[in-house]
Design a protein around this ligand. Structure first.
Ligand code: AMP
Ligand code: MG
Length: 504
């Protein structure tokens, strides 16, 4: 159905061209609560994303209309939308929390685009729901901008992620560690369902509610499995493989999620729920971005094992889908979870090889890669810049001076470089071709914490130009953009002082 925005009185209905097809709201009400967004006062369109609008077949010209702003600010419900908040649970920092749910994110509706794809249109920060617990249902402008930037930056790095349609700023005060203002992120994803949705029904003792939800996901997002007798097993294998590949991509990008709770893990293998995330500047393999994570549970180098642990929790909740007999289900589950390691390695090794510009696979590649990462760690060298500069290594020459200064005077660097050079010489590939390949996977520009912070501080003063500039830059992270040269510089020494927490 092509539906128009609902308007009051005699006002003409302004079509927004969003074709709602609310599949999730067709499921039983055990999965969600019907809710109404809490209007945001004095809303302002801080940013609109024409690129993601295209995913919804949404005409960017409509974004200038008052109805659009009112809809995104939760002030009006467009015709055809059926706002709901879904219920889920999750393991937070390893501890099972039986009931979480969308405490501030409201699914306005699902839109079917002309290509037949279903997209969730979600308003994050749109007010209290039955799952808000002690929260106020709001999101602050700071975290909204951080999530918006991250989704677009990850997408440009070819890392699966939720996206953003727009950011709405407002004057509503919100208390966090300091007094801030409320905002809404219109978040888009084919589906926001998490491991936690399945954990909720399993631990509630309602295994009968697992299959309809799994079938919804399979029918919509894994249609090749739809109706197959062994569909759950294949679907779970795919969820595990996607999340294994996702975490490999995070590692290769120097990305730290910061809160890898099972309620933040997507059944589509998307990066989901950006809170205290970060792209590492000075490389520290144990880097933690969340200052409330005192044990470093979600440190950079722990991410693969945490994702494995999370997938194990997920498979456990799916036991009733696998077989009637418990021992048979357990045997299948164990086989499924054994798929994580190979899927991770099959994604991780080629990703590192590509970052080093290597075409062939050698048995000692892991060692070459680990040694380079150890050097970066010891030197606290800038992660992105060091990989980018490696592309300047020429066969036969001395180390390029910029690379040498990036990885300053670390014992072992020359020996490593000699081995690396021997390796690229053995491949015999042209230097320029290798550099071009490396520049296509090692970004020149990264969403560094201090760059996001600068855009946030300007936005908090009502100036959204820096946000726009940063988004433009990050859309082409691999291309040299001389006009943005200063954005490629390593972080200033005081950059670590931006405190990131779950408080958002
Ligand atoms: P997060 O740490 O953002 O992944 O959120 C964990 C849980 O807390 C989810 O159920 C959220 O919906 C909920 N939550 C976080 N912040 C708020 C808030 N300000 N108001 C209501 N619920 C919230
Ligand atoms: Mg979350």
């Amino acid at each position: 159905m092509d539906l128009a925005l609902q308007t009051s009185g005699s006002e003409a209905a302004a079509p927004v061209g969003l074709r709602f097809d609310n599949r999730l709201a067709r499921l039983a009400e055990s999965y969600y609560a019907r809710v109404a967004p809490m209007p945001l006062p004095q809303p302002r369109l801080a940013h609109f994303n024409a690129e993601t609008a295209a995913l919804l077949d949404f005409d960017p010209a409509c974004a200038q209309r008052a109805q659009f702003l009112e809809t995104m600010a939760g002030q009006r419900i467009p015709a055809g939308a059926e706002p709901i908040a879904t219920v889920y649970a999750g393991h937070q920092f390893g501890v099972y929390v039986p009931r979480l749910g969308d405490g501030r994110a409201i699914l306005l509706g699902q839109v079917r685009n002309a290509r037949g794809e279903l997209w969730d249109v979600q308003l994050k920060g749109a007010g209290r729901t039955p799952f808000s617990r002690f929260g106020d249902g709001r999101a602050v402008l700071r975290s909204t901008i951080r999530e918006y930037l991250a989704g677009e930056a990850m997408h440009a790095l070819r890392i699966p992620s939720t996206r953003g349609l727009c950011v709405i700023a407002s004057s509503e005060p919100v208390q966090r560690e300091t007094l801030e203002t409320a905002a809404i992120l219109c978040r888009l994803a084919p589906c926001h369902l998490r491991f936690g949705h399945f954990e909720y029904f399993y631990h509630l003792g309602r295994p009968d509610l697992l299959a309809p939800l799994a079938d919804h996901v399979i029918d919509e997002y894994f249609p090749q499995l739809s109706g197959q007798p062994d569909r759950y097993r294949h679907w779970i294998a795919e969820v595990i493989a996607r999340n294994a590949r996702l975490v490999a991509q995070w590692m290769a990008a120097g990305f730290v999620h910061g809160v890898m709770n099972t309620d933040n893990c997507s059944v589509l293998g998307l990066t989901l729920d950006y809170g205290p995330y970060g792209f590492i500047d000075r490389f520290d393999a144990h880097k933690v971005f969340n200052h409330t994570d005192e044990t470093g549970r979600y440190a950079y180098d722990r991410q693969p094992s945490v994702m494995h642990w999370n997938c194990t929790r997920f498979v456990q909740t799916c036991l009733p889908l696998l077989a009637d007999a418990e021992d048979e289900a357990a045997a299948i589950a164990s086989e499924l979870i054994d798929g994580f390691g190979p899927a991770f390695t099959q994604a991780m090794l080629p990703a590192w090889r590509a970052k080093l510009g290597l075409c062939d696979a050698h048995g000692d590649d892991s060692e070459l890669i680990s040694r380079f990462l150890r050097l970066l760690h010891q030197a606290r060298a800038d992660f992105a810049r060091s990989f980018r500069l490696l592309g300047e290594v020429r066969r036969g020459d001395a180390a390029p001076p910029r690379l040498r200064s990036a990885i300053a005077a670390i014992p072992g660097f020359d020996a490593w470089l000699a081995d690396y050079r021997a390796r690229i010489e053995a491949e015999g590939c042209d230097d320029a071709a290798r550099a071009a390949r490396m520049n296509a996977v090692n970004p020149r520009y990264v969403l560094r914490t201090h760059l996001a912070q600068r855009a946030i501080e300007r936005a908090q003063q009502g100036d959204f130009c820096e946000l726009d500039r940063l988004l433009q830059l990050l859309r082409r992270p691999f291309d040299e953009q001389p006009e943005f040269e200063e954005y490629a510089a390593p972080a200033p020494p005081d950059a670590d002082e931006v405190a990131l927490s779950c408080s958002s």
